[in-house]
Design a protein around this ligand. Structure first.
Ligand code: KIV
Ligand code: ZN
Length: 401
């Protein structure tokens, strides 16, 4: 159903809102904190990438966080993504968030409270009824400062279903426009997500007038799978971070979720605002800013994501890249794929590399050079272009003697 949202106006039914939390939940990864200038640079890159909402920080957490959120809000004072500040339920938190985001043209307060039995008993030491009252009070206060209010049920996926429905109903009645159900500890499996979102949409009065949001941690490596399952069950906002950074094992990775939605549009027909050709650039900026590279086999942005080493794969890719690539490297910002030469590589890739290095040699020389290349590849993990050039120069020299 098309929804009329305070920040986005009328949203088409298939439009997914991309809520980036690299600068808030992402920054909560140990060792990933960023200073104001670094956050501003990331914010520019995220806006350029096309995120709809940018969670810029947790303003009450520190003076530095407040100043960063405020600086980002000032940067997007005329136009740009919705700038969001996180707040717990206390008035102090909410007022601090309201103050920090005030300069932004479009602004959101994101307030949350734990709703699972474990968190309520151990962390909050509160009865469920008192938590329900906090939901109403916090959302109502936030609504006095902006029309765009998100409410999150922390540890939502471990919350009793009946109580979750009551909390969501209270948040909607108090004026929340986005309802987020975090899988705070990465415990859910895709079937849980489907059940929870379908249940909330069917059972909670007023559910058809709000955006449901999914926020998944990656403790079991299921954050993106859970995100997709939630979308299939009606979630319209995806909370994610660049390179999947975030508490513990991280959050759902923006680049993976977005490319899964794009590549499998047939299975999950949706649209979003992300300019996918800029994904690699933003990933690299974050890695350079934080000093943490992504692992080589990271989907989409890892150095091996479009690299092929085995002869069978290289032969296929040279004939038609779609044999072993489900998206083009260019579509996410790489200039090309790469055929890495190693002990699994075949003659076709070897010949192709020689050609690109400017060597046209006959079949006999090629056979000899290929044999020597294989011997070398058995000893070295990766054979570089310089090694190949040396091999062939030597081979040509020997044949001419
Ligand atoms: O994971 C979580 O529950 C959160 C909330 C603050 C939304 O990050
Ligand atoms: Zn989180």
């Amino acid at each position: 159903m098309a929804i009329n949202h305070p920040s986005f106006g009328t949203l088409a039914e298939d439009r997914i809102i991309i809520f980036d939390t690299t600068l808030r939940d992402g920054e909560q990864s140990p060792g990933f904190s960023m200073n104001l200038d670094e956050k501003l640079r990331m914010a520019e890159a995220l806006a350029d990438l096309g995120v709809d909402v940018m969670e810029a920080g947790f303003p009450i957490a520190s003076m530095g966080d407040f100043e960063s959120v405020e600086a980002i809000a000032k940067r997007f004072a005329k136009e740009g993504p919705v700038v969001c500040g996180l707040a717990r339920t206390s008035s102090a938190d909410i007022l601090r968030a309201a103050e920090a985001i005030k300069p932004a043209a479009r602004r959101r307060i994101h307030t949350f409270v734990s709703t699972s039995p474990l968190h309520m008993r151990v962390k909050l030491r509160m009865e469920p009824e008192a938590v329900l009252e906090l939901v109403t009070a916090s959302v109502s206060l936030a609504r006095q400062h902006t029309d765009d209010v998100e409410w999150s049920a922390e540890d939502g996926t471990r919350t009793e279903h009946e109580f979750l429905c009551r909390c969501v109903e209270a948040a909607i009645k108090a004026g929340a426009t986005t309802i987020n159900i975090p899988d705070t500890v990465g415990y859910a499996v895709p079937e849980d997500m489907a059940f929870i979102f379908n249940m909330l949409r069917e059972r909670v009065p007023g559910a058809d007038g709000v955006i449901f949001s999914t926020h998944n941690h990656n403790d079991l490596g299921l954050a993106v799978a859970n995100t997709l399952a939630a979308i299939r069950a009606g979630a319209r906002q995806v909370e994610c971070t660049i390179n999947g950074i975030g508490e513990r094992a991280g959050n759902a990775s923006l680049e993976e979720a977005v490319m899964a939605l794009r590549t499998r549009h047939d299975a999950i027909p949706t649209t979003n605002s992300i300019v996918t050709t800029k994904l690699l650039k933003v990933s690299k900026l974050l890695a350079a800013t934080t000093g943490f590279d992504v692992q080589p086999n990271k989907a989409i942005v890892g150095r091996n994501a479009f690299a092929h080493e085995s002869g069978i794969h290289q032969d296929g890719v040279l004939k038609d890249a779609s044999t072993y690539e489900i998206m083009t490297p260019e579509s996410v910002g790489w200039t090309t794929n790469s055929l890495v030469l190693g002990k699994h590589s075949g003659r076709a890739a070897f010949r192709d590399r020689l050609k690109s290095l400017g060597y046209e040699i006959g079949d006999n020389q090629l056979n000899d050079a290929f044999k020597r290349f294989k011997d070398l590849a058995d000893r070295k993990k990766v054979v570089y272009d310089e090694d190949i050039a040396a091999l062939v120069d030597d081979e040509v020299g020997r044949t001419n003697e």
